[in-house]
Structure formats: structure tokens, C-alpha cells
Write a protein that binds this ligand. Structure first.
Ligand code: JEE
Length: 243
């Protein structure tokens, strides 16, 4: 087997993650054996009767912070159970680097991804700092966008869906991936060309007709029209801003 990807999600809500993963493309990827996903319960790595994962913040402030001890035990155990040479540790946080298509491309080539999904105010910073000193780990603090969620689980699901569909052999349609990879290279969150509008039957619906050029049979003109549509759409919806 060539490109096997193991994904571990660590969370206090493993069911939140398991249910959507059982569906759709990701589920099929699992059946194919190309990807194996495990939802791990963080509380299994606690050592007290109450299964505590959080404590009050040093320096004061609102809310609770997740303890480094529990996270360290979980990540050590999960990484030791996997033979991968490198573990990509992805710590979800509103203060992380923004997730992008190019990051998804990179991560789809990994052997082992560990998603650390915090809750409350997040995870003690020393977890990131410690694993950055360990050569067998590659640590990234990642955010999926500039809005605030209640925890990392939804963000991990978004990332997993974007990553798994890029694993070679998972998507049944290599043509659509090849087409995609053009638009990927530039993707630093600038330089992305939005897609052209798409249509199917019926040719007239509620008084709206499909643009005549698409039924003309002239593939050269269609390609030019689509390029122009993509450009004008991009200028309208994502105008280049200047400082
Ligand atoms: C992981 C806990 C909740 C809420 C404090 C202070 C932050 C944490 N794109 C994304 N948005 N949110 C997350 C995300 C949220 C998380 C955790 C990821 C773990 N939470 C939480 C509020 C705060 N706020 C003011 O600035 C904003 C911290 C995420 C991703 N990925």
C-alpha cells in the first residue's frame, strides 16, 4: 500500500466527530483502506476520579484552560501507538495560521495527523512549545477562519474533509483534481481565481435561460467565456484591497 494516512482526533466530545465522519466521501476513504480515522476521548488520559481536563488560568481572566499534563499523556500515547516517522500535530486555535488549500495539499501527503481539539479557552501553550522541541513531531497551530467557535472539533472536521479528498485514490474522479491543482499553487489567500458559473438542464427555468454560448458547441468560445466569467466574478466578489 502506497499512501496510507492515519488520522487521530483528540477531543472531549468524540461522538461529535465520529458521526459526520461515518458519512460521505470520508467514510468511503475509510472503506478503501487509504485513510484510517480514530476519535480519541481526551478524558481517557486523565488520572483523577472526576476525569478533570481543565483548570483556572494563571494570571487571571475568564474561563478555564486545558491542562498540559492530560494533553501530553494523550499525545504521547497516540503517537507511540503509530509507526509513522513524523507526526503532524495540528492544534486548532482561533490564534492559528489560517487553513488553506495549499496546507490541505501538504497535509494529504502525511503519514500521521493528530488533531488536538480544545474546548473552554483552549490548551496550555506549553503543549505546543513542548512538541516543537521533539524532532519526531511537526507542530502547527491552525485556525479555519476569522470567527470564534466553541472548540476545535468543527474546525478539525473541515480540515479532514479538505485533506482526505486529496489523498490519491480517494476521489473517484482524477480529472476534477487535476483541474483543481491549477488554482491551488497561488492560493496564499490572494491570487485565487473563483470558479465560473455552472448550469444543467432544463435550459429554461423560471424565465432564466442558460447562456446561449454554452449550448453553441463552440468549445473555444466556451473556454474563453468561462475564463472571463471567472475573472469578472473574482473582481466583484474578492476585490483586491490596497493599504
Ligand atoms: C479551538 C477552544 C473556544 C473561544 C477566546 C479571545 C478568542 C477559545 N476558526 C476558529 N475559531 N475558533 C476556533 C477554535 C476555538 C476554540 C478552540 C479552535 C478551543 N475554543 C474559544 C474563545 C476564545 N477568544 C478573543 O479572541 C478570540 C478562545 C477556530 C479554529 N480552528
Amino acid at each position: 500500500m502506497v499512501n496510507k494516512l492515519k488520522i487521530d482526533v483528540v477531543t472531549i466530545f468524540p461522538d461529535y466527530v465520529v458521526m459526520p465522519l461515518a458519512q460521505s466521501l470520508i467514510g468511503k476513504a475509510g472503506q478503501s483502506g487509504l485513510v484510517e480515522i480514530t476519535a480519541n476521548d481526551l478524558r481517557d488520559f486523565t488520572s483523577d476520579a472526576h476525569r478533570t481536563v481543565d483548570d483556572t488560568p494563571y494570571g487571571g481572566g475568564a474561563g478555564m484552560v486545558m491542562m498540559p499534563t492530560v494533553w501530553g499523556d494523550a499525545i504521547d500515547s497516540i503517537s507511540n501507538a503509530t509507526s509513522a516517522a513524523v507526526h503532524e500535530l495540528i492544534i486548532l486555535t482561533p490564534a492559528g495560521e489560517l487553513f488553506s488549500q495549499s496546507m490541505a495539499q501538504e497535509l494529504s501527503l502525511s503519514e500521521h495527523l493528530i488533531f488536538a481539539c480544545g474546548r473552554y479557552e483552549g490548551i496550555d501553550q506549553r503543549v505546543t512549545d513542548h512538541y516543537r522541541t521533539r524532532p519526531e513531531f511537526r507542530v502547527r497551530e491552525v485556525s479555519i477562519g476569522n470567527y470564534v467557535l466553541n472548540g476545535g472539533e468543527a474546525a478539525a472536521l473541515v480540515m479532514i474533509e479538505a485533506i482526505v479528498r486529496l489523498v490519491p485514490g480517494v476521489i473517484g474522479n482524477p480529472e476534477s483534481l487535476a483541474e483543481e491543482s491549477h488554482s491551488i499553487a497561488a492560493d496564499a489567500q490572494d491570487e485565487v481565481l473563483l470558479e465560473y458559473p455552472i448550469y444543467t438542464k432544463p435550459s429554461k427555468w423560471r424565465g432564466l435561460s442558460v447562456p446561449a454560448i454554452l449550448t453553441s458547441g463552440n468549445h473555444g468560445l466556451i473556454a474563453t467565456w468561462r475564463r472571463e466569467q471567472a475573472i469578472s466574478r473574482t473582481e466583484q466578489i474578492r476585490p483586491k484591497t490596497r493599504e
